[in-house]
Ligand binder design. Structure first.
Ligand SMILES: [Zn+2]
Length: 140
């Protein structure tokens, strides 16, 4: 799962997990590249030597945290994360702009995304703040 758009030559996030220092959820690692595509003032980011993880707990304010427990919260990034926001307009799929309400009401949206992932037309590693495929965030 989630390997739909791994890029050749990129350092793949390892599948190691680490507990979010705030909510305790087991979180998957995320590439530095992903963080730089979402954090405010990426040019000021000084923690490039640490491994970061993405907390996907909807109720947790933490987006990224590092092995040294450096924390990046929602207000530190420039992307509204659908699963962490109340707004129906917040995005679930960042590659193709599918909002929460689209995902909930239009079956074609998910079918479209599934087709794109199969032909590697998506760009989850940079577009999705999790660095991974969005399909797991769609309603079942
Ligand atoms: Zn958390």
């Amino acid at each position: 799962m989630g390997e739909c758009c791994s890029l050749e030559g990129e350092i793949k996030p390892s599948n190691t997990k680490r507990e979010c220092p705030i909510c305790g959820d087991k979180s998957l690692s995320v590439p530095l590249k992903t963080i730089l595509h979402h954090i405010n003032r990426a040019w000021d980011f000084k923690f490039k030597d640490q491994r970061f993880y993405y907390c996907r707990n909807a109720k947790c304010d933490v987006v990224y945290f590092s092995t040294a427990d450096f924390i990046i919260v929602k207000s530190d990034i420039r992307t509204a994360i659908g699963i962490k926001e109340q707004s129906d307009d917040a995005l679930i799929c960042f590659c193709f702009g599918v909002s929460k309400i689209d995902a909930a009401t239009d079956k074609n949206a998910k079918d479209f995304v599934i087709r794109q992932t199969k032909t590697s037309m998506c760009s989850c590693q940079t577009a999705n703040p999790s660095g991974r495929c969005c399909l797991k965030d769609f309603p079942k």
